[in-house]
Design a protein around this ligand. Sequence first.
Ligand code: HEC
Ligand code: HEC
Length: 316
Amino acid sequence: MKIKLWLTLLAAGLMALSIGGCSDDDDPPTDPGSTNMFAGYRDWTQVENTNAPSTLLGPAHNGNNGEFTRSIFTTVATMIETGEYDEGTIFVKETHTYDGDADHMFADPMGLLAMVKREPGFDDAGNDWEYFNLNPDDLSTIASGADLGACKGCHMQASGDDGEDFIFLHPMEFEPDPADFDDYATWNLIGTEQGPDALLGPAHEGNDADAVRRIYKKQLAANPDGLGDGYPTGTLVLKEVRSGAGDVIGMTGMAKRGGDFDTTNDNWEYFMWNPANGDLADRGAMAMCIGCHGAANTGTNGKDWVFAHEDDPFNN
Ligand code: HEC
Ligand code: HEC
């Protein structure tokens, strides 16, 4: 029942998106051969995990399709702020999602890309980076070169505030506009709750026996157990409370901002609207919300500050 709903929702979501489709690859092989320089990249430093739209990426690489998460791994321990990365440095980027069985899937094409810093003189105009399009099955190279496709032309933008040495800034912070929540009624309904809840007490009209609390999640495939630390940056959830008469009497939201927004509480921003007129009443790393949502991190209550809901494929 649960799986079926998730399949239906995902199928509807994918149909609504103009994507090139997915390959049904499983996770990359852990041992593609010791000569493969990308072997074991998931054990390197992970510097990004985001489903947030990127103005730098636009529609390229599913950059504005929130059902896909972009995860970036590198051989270096820290991102540089000035200068150039050392010869031999590698960055790998996965663009991925989850299918109806919550199995990991790569975008197809271009689900697995890489950049390798070559020897001085390899490509003076491009700071000696070689670009790779990889086969996620065995990490073999589909195509590579300093002038592969539009790679270099776009990565040239990675300077100043946006990055350094053709490598974009990571981790990026998602800066939500309250209007990003406006179309929540079109998101995925992951839970419908009514009546008292021990975790809720009087909050969110939890003591009003007639009130119905509906929880919406924008990106159904956002997985708190995925490759990053909790939900991907960019994840949005909203709770709408309606009275028995059907009037909206409560509206709260959460956005995973990432970056260093509030590192002690895993970088969530909380939002509260005035249900009478729909105006934003408050936003921020609000102590009142954090104090209670911390309970979601315990046992089976939920994951990464978000409570469990029946129709969330990963947190239920
Ligand atoms: C339209 C612009 C654009 C094009 C074209 C593009 N990229 Fe990127 N790429 C980005 C952005 C922006 C990021 C930062 C992460 C993100 O938002 O997904 C990125 C990230 C990466 C990363 C991780 C390192 C970093 O800079 O963050 C690799 C590796 C990468 N791209 C490889 C490629 C390859 C290979 C190609 C060509 C096949 C390519 N990219 C084409 C915009 C682009
Ligand atoms: C007393 C505890 C408590 C407080 C305080 C609280 N919440 Fe919640 N919140 C919950 C519980 C429990 C749920 C689970 C859904 C339900 O039963 O209504 C929830 C659900 C939510 C959801 C849906 C996602 C999820 O975690 O289930 C959002 C969004 C939300 N709360 C936002 C806020 C915001 C914003 C604040 C601060 C203004 C806040 N909450 C304060 C207990 C609390």
